[in-house]
Write a new protein. Structure first.
Length: 329
């Protein structure tokens, strides 16, 4: 049998004696003696379990659409990192909550285990999760690529220019003394890198510079193409073939050197300036040298100069010249 309405009141004040039944009394919820279960509240005279979407933190406190009651509070299940799609579902590993789902960011859109990874560039997960690239490789569009090659030098698709090589992750010009045929190919002292080879610049094919070829019949000396010296002379001079060295030049073989030039064959230099036939004798020295008969006596004095005395007057005298006897007596 239903209780008369006079027994229920919604007034916040204590009822008058003889009345019972409160709209919010868990001991007399809706009627006298109607006790709500532990954890329930009396909402408008009905025992109600709180923590639901309709009665979250209190009676009638309903969560808005898209939200849920999580731990006594309304949470947006569409964007809450700790309650994504459902209470307690936490997004981790760099994911964000988007429309109730834990989603990896655009920079790392693939999920590997509990982490977000970019399979196009992650060297630990290249192409597929767990596929690690070797040391010295990079992940280029999901493919493990050698970063020491001219096409990917130090980075994906970092191409070196023509004539360059990838040296320790940097593009370097080849064909130099430091990187001749390849990276680290250093030319020794005195050598030059020519066409990828360390060569000497004192050869007839590379005389003074790469590719400088000496003409036929010449040699390379001190970086210059020169005609070879048939007869080397002191002081760096050179005489032609068929000649010999003289103090003041070169004379043909068979001719004597003389200050004034070369003495013809069969002659000798007398005093340095006069050529005398080999059938004569040389009298005097320097510019005063003369040719005399071999049986003549050679006379040299300050007043008369240089002269020869015949056999019948073999003695020299400053005053008389040639004498029969010594002192012209």
């Amino acid at each position: 049998m239903r209780r008369p309405p006079d027994f229920v009141t919604s007034s916040p004040r204590r009822p008058r004696p003889g009345f019972c039944g409160w709209l919010d009394d868990v001991s007399n919820c809706g009627s006298c003696g109607h006790r709500c279960l532990p954890g329930q509240s009396c909402c408008s005279g009905a025992c109600t379990t709180l923590g639901t979407d309709s009665n979250c933190a209190g009676c009638g406190q309903a969560c808005p659409p898209g939200s849920g009651c999580c731990a006594g509070g309304c949470r947006d299940l569409r964007s809450d990192l700790s309650n994504c799609g459902a209470c307690g579902n936490t997004c981790s590993g760099g994911t964000t909550c988007q429309q109730g789902f834990c989603v990896c960011p655009d920079a790392a859109p693939w999920r590997c285990g509990t982490s977000c990874r970019d399979l196009m560039s992650d060297t630990a997960n290249c192409g597929t999760c767990g596929h690690a690239c070797a040391t010295g490789q990079g992940c280029c569009d999901g493919i493990c690529t050698d970063l020491g090659s001219p096409s990917s030098c130090g980075g994906c698709y970092a191409s070196c220019a023509p004539g360059q090589g990838c040296c320790a992750g940097s593009c370097r010009q080849l064909g130099t003394n430091q990187n001749c045929a390849r990276c680290g190919d250093v030319c020794a002292a005195g050598l030059e890198c020519c066409n990828g080879q360390c060569v000497s610049l004192s050869t007839t094919t590379n005389c003074g510079g790469c590719g400088i070829v000496c003409p036929p019949g010449t040699t390379c000396q001190n970086g210059h193409c020169v005609v070879p010296c048939p007869v080397p002379c002191p002081g760096g001079r050179c005489c032609a073939a068929g000649q010999h060295c003289c103090p003041n030049g070169c004379c043909p073989n068979g001719q004597a050197c003389c200050t004034s030039g070369c003495c013809p064959a069969g002659q000798s230099c007398c005093g340095g300036g006069t050529c005398c036939p080999n059938t004569t004798a040389c009298c005097g020295s320097g510019a005063n040298g003369i040719c005399i008969s071999p049986d003549y006596s050679c006379c040299v004095d300050a007043s008369r100069g240089t002269y020869g005395c015949p056999p019948e007057y073999p003695y020299c005298d400053t005053y008389y010249g040639c004498c029969r006897n010594p002192g012209c007596i």
